[in-house]
Design a binder for this molecule. Structure first.
Ligand SMILES: O=P(O)(O)OC[C@H]1O[C@H](OP(=O)(O)OP(=O)(O)O)[C@H](O)[C@@H]1O
Ligand SMILES: Nc1ncnc2[nH]cnc12
Length: 208
């Protein structure tokens, strides 16, 4: 089993606030999408989890409300349907909750980007720095073909390190990463995203 590794601890290079796509709350100056309030209300902010000082955005209450969960998925489906997206790449673990539903609805395949030593086949790897530690993502060799249009899905972007690692994995395999999509963006980091020029679309900023 081969493994190719690359380290993005110096951040992805390029990027910055211009990579941020305004979410539906502000898009084109229109009124906020009426579904957003219930989505926002269903996200619980837990102080000091998993470490002191971290305000943890917990999406599990949203999953307990099927109509609100569906609205969140639908908002991404409405954005990406008809855009020639061949694959949705979901980031373990919480990108696995939203990504497959979006992929099925737009007729795309789903690519799991997993934490180390979970995928049984040949993988490529990227290490990255988190708000509260370091981690690594892996993807099966052959999961995507050169030139395929891919959207990366996760629940939340904080520093952008995880999305940056995902973009690098996909681009190393020749994919055309169109956009990253998250429910939540942490505003304290939004000027610092390093995502190699790939836009990040968020439904909302964290309330705290
Ligand atoms: O923008 P960043 O600073 O990289 O942080 C965002 C990432 O952190 C969280 O996952 P986490 O690493 O906690 O893993 P988990 O979903 O397995 O709990 C979240 O689901 C994102 O994947
Ligand atoms: N504040 C936060 N809440 C939930 N997930 C996170 N991942 C990184 N920072 C996070």
């Amino acid at each position: 089993m081969g493994e190719q590794e690359s380290n993005n601890s110096e951040s992805g290079g390029g990027g910055g606030v211009e990579d941020m796509v305004e979410g539906p709350a502000k898009e084109n100056g229109r009124a906020a999408d009426p579904r957003l309030q219930a989505i926002s209300d269903a996200i619980r902010v837990v102080p000091h989890f998993p470490k002191p000082g971290i305000m943890f955005n917990d999406i599990t209450p949203l999953l307990l409300r099927p109509s609100v969960f569906k609205d969140a998925v639908d908002m991404f489906v409405e954005r990406y349907r008809g855009m020639g997206i061949a694959a949705v790449a979901g980031i373990e673990a919480r990108g696995f909750i939203f990504g497959p539903a979006i992929a099925l609805a737009i007729g795309a395949k789903f690519i799991p980007l997993r934490k180390p030593k979970k995928l049984p086949g040949e993988v490529i790897s990227e290490t990255y720095i988190l708000e509260y530690g370091t981690d690594c993502l892996e993807m099966h060799v052959g999961a995507t073909e050169p030139g395929e249009r891919v959207v990366v899905v996760d629940d939340l972007v904080a520093t952008g390190g995880t999305l940056s690692a995902a973009i690098k994995l996909l681009e190393r395999a020749g994919a055309d990463v169109v956009e990253c999509a998250c429910l939540i963006g942490l505003p304290k980091y939004k000027n610092f995203y390093k995502l190699n020029g790939i836009p990040v679309y968020i439904l909302m900023e964290s309330r705290k």
